[in-house]
Design a protein. Structure first.
Lengths: 288, 356
């Protein structure tokens, strides 16, 4: 068949292009614009090339925030994924327990980020918080405002409390899709509990687990609100993750050039890591 | 291999069954002889799978007990009963190779690797998947997967029985025939006790020495294929086996004569049935003769199905089917008669022996 060729058709994509332009390209270009210029005020800007990028990439502050953030992300993944699988495996498959468990699991996910932060901020306070007072009464020295270890533990426990449910729900969805015949066949074949998990449940969950890992990684790598509300990035800068650092730099110090350069680097890191995750996982998927 | 006794087994999926209808399996009391090849035949939902799962121990019966060679195994787990079972839809372990799938039941039981290898290779040969041994099982087609499931059921040689739950549903017709004959050959060679569940009469009749027909949670007849055909003990067996099924006509019994409306059929013998029962006459289409003698009928339809013709006729308002040879003529004024050896009498759907 002869293809109709009419260049006027390009006008049909125009609305979408405009929309994308205003919502994504122009804001992003503003950041790019700031990242390659410098100013001494009065709205006078001059070209500074890649200076800000070099400065950010060589700054210890950025390296530390990046390492902190990676450590945080991997810690919560290492806790939330196994814990989520464990809970999902032990959830009831039928009866009244199912809706009860599902609602309980969904609750933390429905709470807004800064509310979660506030809850834990108050909960952990040594003067009035239930957790803080209890631990103090037990003779445990816990103060997230002054002790970096306590601050880290609080932030991690908070994230586990908030987000493990997501992993649970995804795994549960994978588990309930396994037909009974698989379990029956495993019994006939004399498989142990571990074999059932290893050869039936895990393979059936692995697709949803990929999604869980990817979502939890991206989300935790961009975490801002909860630690900001609880610790404000402190004590010192021990819980200052990348996004907290970025806001400090852009709004606290008004260093727009370095902040813009850091935004772009931050964005590229997330893009790169997500791409690596995705590729590794899909290759693993098709390679078998 | 073992003799399996089912002693007064009943099962209900409800927690507190009270009425008869609450039971998926009404009282079953039956022995499966050591080394027998049985088919469990019946329509969907008649309790075949329930019965099978009770034998394998996947299900605990509400009442009754199961004995293997005289030992009570009712409360033993599936593993302890040492049973192999193949399910309707393929169950394979995705992440394993075809070889490992077949080796799985053996390795779980700690069989030495040399023996595992020997058994697995034999089975691979049998299901014709030797070339696929090292491949991951998950990319196979549905019938290859089902062959693996079948293979896993056959790989252990020391099992008490092998149970098949409509295993060939997803397999294409040619392969079906091939696998069925292989199963039969295996049975002859090793003498496994095999129970084969199906709703396909051809499959049941070709596979088994003894066919067990189930209907609404009950065993209605146990017999050799020809018994099921000649003397169906329940009208359901008459309907279900044969194509078309048996003609069943409501009658009134008058000594050794049956009255269908105003027509009278002489029976080969009289029978003593209690009062108040529904009495029916059952005659297979193969034993209905159309000619110039007998009772006048109206012909409704003639279906030519190749080797023979099926004539749909009406006698005193009752629909009848008759099988007529391809070259036989149907007279203009057709009459029918029933061959005496094909006449069965039923009281409340159960067969009554006719006295001479």
């Amino acid at each position: 068949m002869e293809k109709t060729w009419n260049n006027k058709a390009w006008f049909l994509v125009l609305p979408v292009l405009l929309l994308v332009g205003f919502s994504a390209v122009i804001p992003l270009m503003t950041v790019v614009n700031y990242s390659v210029q410098d100013t001494f005020g009065n709205n006078v800007f001059f070209w500074s090339g890649l200076t800000w990028f070099e400065q950010v990439l060589h700054s210890r502050r950025f390296h530390e925030a990046l390492l902190r953030n990676l450590a945080f992300s991997f810690t919560i993944l290492a806790i939330q994924i196994p814990l989520g699988i464990f809970i999902a495996l032990n959830m009831p498959r039928k009866g009244i327990g199912v809706p009860i468990c599902l609602v309980l699991m969904a609750l933390p996910l429905l709470i807004p980020w800064n509310v979660v932060g506030t809850i834990w901020q108050v909960f952990g306070r040594v003067d009035i918080g239930l957790l803080g007072r209890t631990l103090a009464a037990m003779g445990i020295n816990y103060n997230y405002a002054t002790d970096p270890v306590a601050a880290w533990v609080t932030v991690i426990v908070m994230d586990v409390w908030h987000w493990t449910s997501l992993v649970v729900l995804l795994c549960y969805a994978g588990l309930v899709s396994i037909p009974d015949a698989y379990y029956q066949a495993a019994k006939i074949d004399g498989a142990s509990r571990w074999s059932v998990f290893r050869y039936i449940q895990l393979p059936k969950m692995h697709r949803v687990l990929l999604i869980a890992v990817l979502l939890r990684f991206m989300d935790s790598f961009m975490i801002y609100t909860e630690p900001f509300v609880v610790t404000g990035g402190g004590p010192g800068s021990t819980t200052t993750f990348l996004s907290i650092d970025l806001v400090k730099m852009a709004i606290g110090q008004f260093d727009l050039g370095p902040a813009a350069a850091m935004s772009i680097i931050y964005f590229l890191i997330i893009l790169l890591l997500s791409w690596v995750f995705y590729t590794v996982m899909t290759n693993y998927d098709s390679g078998r | 291999m073992a003799k399996i006794d089912l002693s007064h087994i009943k099962h209900s999926y409800l927690p507190y069954p009270s009425r008869d209808e609450d039971f998926a399996l009404k009282e079953v009391d039956h022995s499966w002889e050591d080394g027998g090849a049985y088919a469990l035949l019946g329509p969907s939902g008649c309790g075949k799978t329930t019965l099978l799962n009770i034998i394998s121990g996947l299900l605990n019966p509400s009442h009754g007990s199961i004995l293997f060679d005289g030992h009570d195994v009712t409360h033993l787990s599936t593993q302890e009963r040492n049973i192999a079972q193949v399910f309707q839809f393929p169950v394979i372990y995705d992440t394993m190779t075809v070889y490992d799938n077949l080796a799985f039941p053996l390795r779980n039981r700690g069989v030495p690797e040399a023996d595992v290898d020997r058994s697995v290779r034999t089975i691979l040969e049998m299901i014709d998947l030797s070339d696929w041994a090292k491949r991951k099982a998950r990319r196979l087609t549905a019938d290859q997967k089902q062959k693996i499931s079948l293979g896993r059921g056959l790989v252990r040689s020391d099992v008490n029985a092998i149970l098949f739950d409509e295993p060939l549903t997803v397999i294409d017709p040619h392969m079906k025939w091939l696998l069925r004959s292989q199963l039969k050959q295996l049975h002859r060679q090793f003498g496994y006790t095999m129970v084969y569940v199906t709703h396909d009469q051809t499959e049941a009749l070709t596979f088994a020495d003894t066919v067990v027909v189930m209907y609404e949670g009950e065993i209605v007849q146990i017999g050799k294929p020809d018994e099921l055909f000649e003397r169906p003990s329940h009208t359901f067996v008459g309907y279900f086996i044969g194509s078309p099924g048996m003609n069943v006509m409501p009658i009134e019994l008058d000594g050794a004569n049956a009255r269908i409306g105003s027509a009278t059929v002489a029976l080969p013998g009289g029978a003593n049935v209690g009062a108040g029962k529904t009495i029916e006459l059952g005659v297979r289409p193969e034993y209905v003769r159309i000619g110039r003698e007998g009772l006048p009928v109206a012909i409704r339809k003639v279906e030519d199905i190749g080797r023979h013709k099926i004539v749909r006729a009406e006698l005193e308002g009752v629909e009848l089917a008759a099988i007529v040879g391809e070259n036989e003529d149907i007279p203009a004024d057709p009459r029918i008669r029933f061959e005496p050896k094909g006449i069965n009498l039923y009281a409340d759907s159960w067969r009554v022996e006719l006295g001479a």
